[in-house]
Design a binder for this molecule. Structure first.
Ligand code: PLP
Length: 377
């Protein structure tokens, strides 16, 4: 526990909370409410006393809806036995890693990456080994950068596409190359695709759709797609031999997901998908707004193709990312997350969240760009 790192995002949150007029661009959750028909399904579940324990893997109608969704949207062929409903994507990543590793193993994670991965490796007593994502490659991993970090102890490769905090998606050809490499070294692949429905150009390709020998477990979530962060419903899909182990972990850890939230999730997947398209369009428009401001000021950034983040290069400020963020909060009243919160090699960046309202993004990113113009050497 002493080695468990504190989230750098939480630190920014605490600092920004001291200023009520601060524009908050550090948030990682949708600005939209949960769609009405989803809430109605939850009310109905409660009224009809659907309030008991469910099977560990999740209720059958939800797993059936998931099987249909991953076939339609992710090109993944699965049966209801290959699916586990989890308490958000976060629990899915944790139980999957738990099933795959022994203490002392190494897990490859990207720098930058979602900080919870590092925290999980600490809890599991395994070694996180970072592979770099480079701005010149649009923060998309290369085989060379991953393969050069593999040792005999490497057990798992974690991928995240579309990515937090990168906003980048890994193209199909790169995924194929990465899978070939994983096969050469006999690695498990955990593919975090919780942002699969938030994309701005082509829909992202699922790693598992290209996996030819059953080494990939994919993690999905309702949190971002349906603005359901507080409901805590996610799911994983994978080869049955590993999923059966993950399922056994479900019992002592959480037993099952909230029954009412599972019914809400069924309504989310089987109901009208217009809400998803509307939110996607809103994020795309915000991405255009932010990149337009950055382009006008000639500020380098990773062009977002999905999720709702972009990494902005702040090296021209002449400050560390942490000092830059502190000064942005205290002088400009804008909060963003320092890149080093996502990995030791990512201090050139700050993360701007496109989950914030358009007016806030416009004002906040303009102030950030002006600060870079005036503070820079
Ligand atoms: N994976 C990534 C990359 C995330 O950014 C998040 C949430 O921010 C999650 C997984 C987990 O989300 P949830 O547990 O709400 O499904």
């Amino acid at each position: 526990m002493a080695r468990l790192p504190r989230s750098g995002i939480r630190r920014v949150f605490d600092e920004a909370s001291k200023y009520p007029d601060c524009i908050r661009l550090e948030v990682g959750e949708p600005s939209f409410p949960t769609p009405e028909h989803v809430k109605a399904a939850a009310r109905e579940a409660m009224s009809s006393n659907f309030t008991r324990y469910t099977p560990n893997a999740g209720i059958l109608d939800l797993r059936e809806a998931i099987v249909e969704k991953v076939a339609r949207r992710n090109d993944i062929t699965a049966t209801t036995d290959d699916v586990v409903v989890t308490n958000g994507g976060v629990e899915a990543v944790f139980t999957t890693l738990s099933a795959m590793v022994n203490p002392g193993d190494e897990v490859l994670i990207s720098d930058p990456s979602w900080p919870n991965y590092l925290q999980m490796t600490v809890l599991l007593g395994v070694q996180a080994v970072y592979y770099p994502l480079r701005l010149e490659h649009d923060l998309v991993p290369t085989v060379e950068d991953i393969e050069s970090r593999i040792t005999p102890r490497t057990k798992v490769l974690l991928l995240n596409s579309p990515g937090n905090p990168t906003g980048s998606s890994i193209p199909a050809q790169r995924l194929r190359e990465i899978l070939d490499m994983a096969r050469r070294h006999d690695l498990w692949v955990v593919s975090d695709e919780v942002y699969d429905e938030i994309y701005f150009d082509e829909p992202p390709v699922s790693t598992q759709a290209l996996d030819t020998d059953g080494r990939t477990v994919t993690v999905f979530s309702f949190s971002k797609t349906y603005a359901m962060t507080g409901w805590r419903v996610g799911y994983l899909v994978g080869p049955r031999d590993i999923v059966s182990h993950i399922l056994r972990i479900q019992e002592p850890v959480t037993s099952c997901v909230n029954s009412v939230a599972q019914k809400a999730a069924v309504a989310a997947l089987t109901g009208d998908q217009t809400c998803v398209a509307e939110m996607r369009a809103a994020y795309a428009s915000r991405a255009g707004l932010v990149t337009g401001i950055l382009d006008r000021h000639g500020i380098p950034y990773a062009r977002p193709s999905g999720a709702f983040y972009t990494m902005v290069d702040v090296t021209r400020s002449g400050m560390s990312d942490v000092d830059f963020v502190s000064r942005m909060i205290s002088e400009k009243r804008v909060s963003v997350v320092p890149g080093s919160a996502f990995g030791p090699g990512s201090g050139a960046f700050v993360r701007v969240s496109l989950a914030s309202h358009e007016d806030d993004l416009n004002a906040g990113v303009t102030r950030l760009a002006e600060a870079l113009d005036s503070w820079g050497s």
